[in-house]
Design a protein around this ligand. Sequence first.
Ligand SMILES: Nc1ncnc2c1ncn2[C@@H]1O[C@H](COP(=O)(O)OP(=O)(O)OP(=O)(O)O)[C@@H](O)[C@H]1O
Length: 699
Amino acid sequence: MKEEEIVQEQANINSAVGDEKSVIVDPSQYDACSLKSVAPDLKMWTTLRDSAVQLRMEESGVASLPPMTIHQLFEEAVQKYGDYVALAYKHEDQWNQLTYKQYYEQCRLAAKGFIKLGLERYHGVGILGFNSAEWFIADIGAILAGGFAVGIYTTNSADACHYVLEDCEANIVIVENHKQLQKILQVQDQLPHLKAIIQYKDDLKEKRPNLYTWGELMECGKGVPDAQLDQIISSQKPNQCCTLIYTSGTTGQPKGVMLSHDNITWTATAAGRTVRLREATEQQEIVVSYLPLSHIAAQMIDIWLTMKYGGTTYFAQPDALKGSLANTLKEVRPTAFMGVPRVWEKMQEKMKAVGAKSSTIKRKVASWAKGVGLETNLKRMNGASPQPMKYQVAKKLVFKKVRKALGLDRCTKCYTGAAPITKDTLEFFLSLNIPVYELYGMSESSGPHTISLPDAFRITSCGKVISGCKTKIYQPDGDGSGEILFWGRHVFMGYLNMEEKTKESIDEDGWLHSGDIGKHDDKGFLYITGRIKELIITAGGENIPPVPIEDAIKEQIPIISNVMVIGDKRKFLSMLLTLKCNVNLDTGEPEDELTTEAIEFCQKIGSKANKVSEIVGHKDKLVYAAIQEGVNAVNEQSISNAQKVQKWAILHKDFSIAGGELGPTMKLKRPVVSKMYKDQIDGFYMDAATPTDIVIPSK
Ligand SMILES: Nc1ncnc2c1ncn2[C@@H]1O[C@H](COP(=O)(O)OP(=O)(O)OP(=O)(O)O)[C@@H](O)[C@H]1O
């Protein structure tokens, strides 16, 4: 490693993390944690399902905390918060609740049910469905029973489900309903390890061998003695795998990220300490579970952080992202809320649309208040604590009402993460006195690696490294930018059965290579500037990260919904653009109608367009000219000619999860888009010798 590489470590937050040297502690020292039997020559990674790894423990500080299993974490939660409400779910319009004690008992019963149905050690329990108490109970039950909890994206096709279930050698699959069941039935014959399918919602439409209801699973569990389960639980070690997170495949085939008990229990503790979560006995945190649980961010927040600190998780309705989330938030009034960037963007679009319909006077007041809010909060961000009179007035007239309307009136922790968010969205919420704090991490880091805090954040930075972990900027350029490497007990065990990929990801010294490019500012805030996996290397050899260009385009041209810059091995940059349009709430498919914001944009430039189809293919010269103007403005800011976008096309349809262009956390699947729009892209480069600003019409 180069000498000038920069290592960034979180200043001591809770204890003497300080400048401790990293030491790989022989796990055999941790008698208390039943690691004694673990061989001392363990590596820091493995690809084998039944193997264990060395933990990256330190001599002091958060990284020195004794490792614990999931069961130990849960037992501790039951002792501390036994009668507190752990889970709340709606049934026939009424909220039902489970205390920590009840939750624990249900997990044990599910675990025994899995054992009875034939779950073998280190085999998967696939869970395919929307967030619910059963999802959590199945996840934890699988772990207690010695298997792996394996969340599957609800948007997966039957083939994609098959890929995951085969890879983890699943013995059991839990499905939400008849629709999800059909996917499994289609591939059941090709899953030799599969022994049982359990449907947790709705009545079974037909009886089949090895198909059970949730009630039947729990009934099965009653027949297994507690001692049998306890024996399995006590044989588990913190440095063994308990969960597989399958990556969503933005860069290729999904990989099974093996997370150990310690990865999860330690990360929940360290992240909670970093954001100064309070235990339920002091003040109970309330969260709403709605993000896909097969993704690590939702699991870490909704299941593990909540368990560690005794919070309550309320379950949103399955149509949360189609609109009902807003009502759930108003009802539940969470104290912490995490949204992927698209969730915040959607909220922003909706608020703008509502604002546009209000009276002139209301709009003027809102606009004034937003100015005050942005100014005050930017000053706060930079360390001042201004509370000018006008801010108090704006708070009373606007900010409080907005928060209440969003159900965020008692939410002190609004977070975004999992993908890049635009400055425009962050500033929009900041101006409404809702700072949205960014966090950054990956499945391979058990979730968070850096976090922003109310007293330590910078707009567009994803914060500072969490307690007990380290960041290294690998091979930084003159600007201090390089690949972001992670160190800490949150670093995953390896990819199941993928040695080459694991070695590409964890280097010989044990650092996790994120594949992201970033740099620190002089205060230690991390900024992500690109992804190596996405880096464009032009035919002329210039390395160009596309994300900053894409963000700049979106910011400059408000009608643009998605951008994909192209140019790898090409002579110049081009891009595909989509317009902001309404989405069919049932199918998630983008529609032809433009959003209110997009229509407003058109009106401002004198266009009468209401639909995408009225614009694409050069039909609306005004919109094309306005976009070209925006592209020119972004090009003027670029640091080299190679970074200028020379050609672009508007696509007839926005990107979506349903369409396959976006992953479940709304990240762009570049290889998919490249394939889908190959003709348009090739068209850009037909006459590549003399790039011009001609625009290729889309389909
Ligand atoms: N705050 C953030 N800002 C920008 N990018 C982020 C942020 N948080 C996460 N990311 C991006 O998400 C990546 C991690 O993605 P994650 O582990 O969730 O995988 P995934 O979405 O399942 O897909 P895949 O691994 O296939 O890309 C990071 O490496 C980074 O590129």
